[in-house]
Design a protein. Structure first.
Length: 122
């Protein structure tokens, strides 16, 4: 195994490129329209809700099989998200940082700490 650390940005670009290659090799690009990808992303994210071991009482007690299954579902969500962002020519990291800044303004520490309220109700 190579001991040289790969920068996180390169890992993201490699994953995006791998997804492009994966879809292209299977001639799936015609099916990878934003709406289709958004639907698939939604289905995969929703499937996490139905994992019986994701209850709060069980969250700290995953065995390796359960951890692997949840990991696969989370990976599905991430892969669809990356593919959708790629199709829309969006930089997910930049968008996430921008959204975090917006949320920081909506939920100032002095008002939001310890509160589950949405920003209009703070």
């Amino acid at each position: 195994m190579n001991d040289v650390a790969v920068p996180p940005r390169q890992l993201r670009l490699d994953l995006r490129e791998a997804l492009r290659d994966f879809a292209s090799a299977r001639d799936w690009d015609p099916f990878h329209r934003p709406r289709n990808l958004a639907t698939a992303l939604s289905v995969e994210a929703h499937s996490l809700k139905h994992f019986p071991w994701l209850h709060d009482r069980d969250a700290d007690h995953f065995d390796e099989l359960k951890r692997a299954r949840v990991g696969e579902e989370l990976a599905d969500v991430r892969l669809y998200l990356i593919r959708l962002a790629d199709k829309l020519d969006l930089n997910l990291i930049a968008e996430a940082r921008r959204k975090l800044e917006l949320n920081a303004a909506k939920y100032p520490i002095e008002l939001a700490t310890g509160s589950p309220q949405k920003y209009p109700d703070l």
